[in-house]
Design a protein around this ligand. Sequence first.
Ligand code: S3P
Length: 460
Amino acid sequence: MTNDTAPQSKPRPAIARHRAALGGTARVPGDKSISHRALMLGALAVGTTRAEGLLEGEDVLATAAALRRMGVGITRTTDDDGNGVWQIDGVGVGGLHAPDDVLDLGNSGTAARLLCGLLAGHDFTAILTGDDSLRARPMGRVIAPLTEMGVQTSSRDGGRMPLSVTGTADLLPIEYVLPVPSAQVKSAVLLAGLHAPGKTTVVETMATRDHTERMLAHMGAALEITETDDGRRITITGQPELNPAEIHVPADPSSAAFPAVAAAIVPGSNVYLPAVGMNPARIGLFDTLVEMGADITRDNPRETGGEPVADLRIRAGSLKSVIVPASRAPSMIDEYPVLAAAAACAEGTTVFEGVGELRVKESDRLAAVEAGLAACGVAVWTEEDRMVIQGCDGPPPGGGEIAANLDHRIAMSFLVLGLATENPVTIDDVRTVETSFPGFIETMCGLGADMAANSTEQTA
Ligand code: S3P
């Protein structure tokens, strides 16, 4: 992280090169989206929520730290196998305390936007900030509905952080049609609605991940969901008591995407990924890989804590290009950079349609993917909100030096590409990989990948 409040560390370069087929089993860390929500909804429950499998990456730890600063007791113990078990002592809906310092959310857009929703129903002021990447991201998309509900905010430079949020105990329930398909905005409004008297409704014309709805329902919130001609209407009746829950967090499909694509593009690979979340609103990447000809099987489909899960086996094969329709974007919004690695190895021209949202992620991902693929000798161009990638029908040249721009998924995607290219791929800085996939390089090496990073050096 490069923000002033965190210890400064030096950029950590990394390299990946093709060596041999990947094989074996990899345990992918817990789902980032579900982990944030387990902490936040656990914080609002009356009683103690227990979460197993929680992602212990920097993004989720930032949420835990912010909640602790507002009076929530959060502790971590370990089970007999040494895995983390998190206990969240909820303070009840509307029961947070004013934080005595700025809330630093590091690299995490989900932490920042969902916390705005949580803060909306609290009669105090909190100031939110983050690292260089997060402070450049738009917050106007959550400020707009929360302002309608009566929240006062003040922000830098047209809706960027630092952002001060002053909530109110007299929130107005609203009906809000999402102008962008964003689960973060939907969740912020629903979390605010939980604190408002009466019914708050969010309408989404394109379905986005529904972990907030699933967990709210699991914890006893009054939620109605109807599919209409105008889209999906989600209505929450505010000011109930939430029940504490036992939450088993599945492996993150967005993290499983990296070993999955690596297995699909490195010839001869055969990789097994147990207990991966299979929420239909999250698995667009796997559907797309199968459409490209990848050999993926889903074994033992089951449910844990209201979320579908399966064990995935991925075997390498030859891939064909694909046109990914805009309608699929919400179900794989974080997976385009790693899909670009697969497209670079495929036969034919792949097109990603309707991917303008990628410009406002942890970095401008369209620009980063375009620059990175070009540096690896792959023909690629963007046309407004479309990206076109000319596949190499086999190993791309590689050899690129990639700027990760504080973006964990750009760093991991190009490391994956480097496992299949003729020449090694280097990344200037992989520090942010710790936000979502702690131990990524070790996990990939465990599958036989030739990947390495410089050791971490603290400068202050
Ligand atoms: C997330 C929603 C998505 C996704 C992000 C996590 C969530 O963002 O990109 O990594 O947990 O709700 P948007 O809501 O901006 O699409």
